[in-house]
Design a protein around this ligand. Structure first.
Ligand code: DP6
Length: 330
């Protein structure tokens, strides 16, 4: 019997040195290497089934049938995978995030990693993590880093077959906490993809960052190797500010922060001054990450729970990479 159905679970990853801008928009090849932490508490489970009996592709996310851009992005990615496998079957894709998508948590990393793993497994492609990460990159760049546990680097390259993720250290190497703080949703005019394209084209600071990023990569690799939390946090925070400076100085300007974000930036500075060493990093959604040491996590969470504008706090540890699992969603 030919099995054309498979299910995968993938975790999200938090960028410590950010990916911001592509050298190839079609193949999704980044301008700079990036480093991330795969986390354990933000995951997507996806089941993909290919069959002659489906008249068209169907994509259901968190029990809702998807149309327009979310469906088109999934279909485009399925087409790449179908092309490799040389099949023309339509697919049913059912996906569940264990975190509320409506809360604005970026789900494309875990989403595309789970989709890539499940779809390629369903079609019997037998790919290793390096090949999977290269394939997943084409759906959404940051997803390529979710194939490995712990600390991961995505390598840029001029060559489509040389831009993939590698593991720097597994999830047991260096125990830190990533407290994901969720604020209430606000509307954004541009998607992450559009915003980074605008930044690369128009920010006068864009090229300057490419030089500084090399330094940040060296520091973060060293911090991971030597389990140096201060160096890791300081560099991640500095790199986040660099990325947002570029976004802000783009035309049109890309502002991803709200009054709440600024409040939390001050809050993290105060935590540090008070001896609870912690650093922040922010991507493009309505959430931010507080990186801290395991021994400070409970105390910081207890303070955060009293802040009225925070809708959710998710405590994450370094987590595993993508896995194929037996329990299909349908
Ligand atoms: C700010 O991977 O979502 O989170 O490749 O266009 O799908 P596309 O973009 P995406 O961008 C993530 C940007 C970031 C930084 C990072 O994760 O490195």
């Amino acid at each position: 019997m030919i099995i054309t159905k498979a299910t995968a679970i993938a975790n999200s990853n938090t960028a410590l040195v950010k990916y911001w801008g592509k050298q190839d928009e079609q193949l999704i090849i980044p301008m700079n290497n990036s480093i991330s932490l795969t986390v354990d508490s933000l995951s997507t489970i996806t089941t993909v089934d290919f069959s002659e009996s489906y008249d068209e592709d169907l994509f259901i996310l968190n029990k809702k049938i998807q149309s327009d851009t979310p469906k088109k992005r999934v279909q485009k990615h399925l087409d790449i995978i179908r092309n490799i496998a040389n099949v023309e079957l339509n697919a049913n894709v059912v996906s569940e995030n264990n975190f509320p998508t409506a809360a604005g948590l970026a789900s494309s990393a875990s989403g595309f990693a789970a989709l890539t793993a499940a779809a390629s497994s369903a079609l019997g492609l037998n790919m290793n993590p390096k090949e999977l990460s290269m394939l997943s990159r084409r759906g959404s760049g940051s997803s390529c880093r979710s194939f490995y546990s712990g600390f991961v680097e995505w390598i840029k390259s001029d060559d489509n077959n040389e831009s993939y993720a590698i593991q720097l250290a597994d999830e047991n190497w260096f125990d830190i906490r990533d407290l994901v703080i969720v604020f209430k949703k606000h509307n954004r005019k541009y998607t992450t993809r559009e915003a980074m394209k605008i930044s690369k084209k128009t920010s006068p600071l864009y090229d300057a960052r490419l030089e500084i990023v090399e330094d940040n990569l060296v520091k973060v690799r060293k911090a991971i190797k030597e389990r140096d939390f201060s160096l890791l946090g300081q560099t991640a925070e500095a790199d986040c500010l660099l990325m947002h400076s570029i976004a802000l100085t783009s035309n049109p300007s890309q502002l991803f922060w709200t009054a709440e974000t600024l409040g939390m930036i001050k809050f993290v500075q105060e935590l540090r001054e008070g001896g609870l060493e912690s650093y922040y990093t922010i991507d493009t959604g309505t959430n931010m990450h507080i990186l801290t040491k395991p021994e400070f996590s409970d105390e910081i969470c207890a303070i955060l729970r009293k802040i009225p504008y925070i809708t959710n706090i998710i405590e994450c540890k370094p987590g595993p990479g993508v896995q194929i699992i037996k329990d299909d969603l349908f």
